[in-house]
Design a protein around this ligand. Structure first.
Ligand code: TYD
Length: 209
């Protein structure tokens, strides 16, 4: 008889482009590994060879907003099947830079795709499956845009959107946080990296003592 392995935890990081979540994603993965956990670090759209190909298309090619939503969820289906669900069943933890809240924020809030359409795709692709914990890095758009500009890197198709687009994305994220207060923790991402790290440490230690 084989012993039952406890399912791992699924943590996602969200926020507008330029909120600084990639820095904290790296810290969080290292922090959990230092606690002796097996951690899969991944991202969306992407995380598998096919989903990374879809990511390249999504970040570069102009397309209908429904095509964009369908490709996001197609990439997610692969990611769930090949990476996220197998890792959680092995007992590993999974830390993903973005997941479905990003579709509600960007394709819903940003582009205006209806909640009903998004909810249909969500239940088709993932049923009732949700992250155990979502960290929402929240900043005023003026700050996130300054940070993006300061990287000096070429901007992708989403990052080139106007400020009003990101205002709508931010508001949609905040609405999600209000709707799912147990799962989504809003983090003030205007704070310094060190302050945010301390906040994350407290949240994680409270989440898994
Ligand atoms: P991001 O993690 O910000 O990539 P990078 O830090 O390398 O720029 O994600 C890429 C973009 O994809 C981002 O602008 C948000 C967008 N996105 C959606 O529009 N919908 C989604 O469902 C997901 C997962 C991402």
């Amino acid at each position: 008889m084989t012993a039952t392995v406890a399912r791992g935890k699924f943590i996602t990081l969200e926020g507008v482009d330029g909120a600084g979540k990639s820095t904290h994603h790296a810290w969080l993965v290292e922090h959990l590994r230092a606690q002796g956990r097996q951690v899969v670090a991944t991202r969306e759209p992407g995380g598998t060879p096919l989903a990374e190909k879809l990511r390249s298309l999504l970040l570069a090619e102009p397309m209908h907003l429904e095509t964009e939503a369908l490709l996001m969820f197609a990439a997610r289906r692969e990611h769930l099947d090949k990476v996220i669900l197998p890792a959680l069943s092995r007992g590993d933890w999974v830390v993903s830079d973005r997941f479905t809240d990003a579709s509600f924020a960007y394709q819903g809030g940003g582009r205006g795709l209806s909640q009903a359409r998004l909810a249909t795709l969500e239940s088709w692709v993932q049923g009732d499956f949700q992250p155990d914990l979502t960290l929402l890095f929240d900043v005023p758009i003026a700050v996130s845009r300054q940070r993006l500009a300061a990287t000096g890197e070429a901007l992708d198709r989403f990052e080139r959107e106007q400020g009003e687009f990101f205002e709508r994305v931010r508001q949609a994220y905040l609405q999600r946080a209000a709707q799912y207060p147990q799962r989504i923790r809003r983090i003030d991402a205007t704070a310094s990296v060190n302050e945010i790290t301390e906040t994350l440490r407290k949240i994680i230690d409270g989440f898994c003592p």
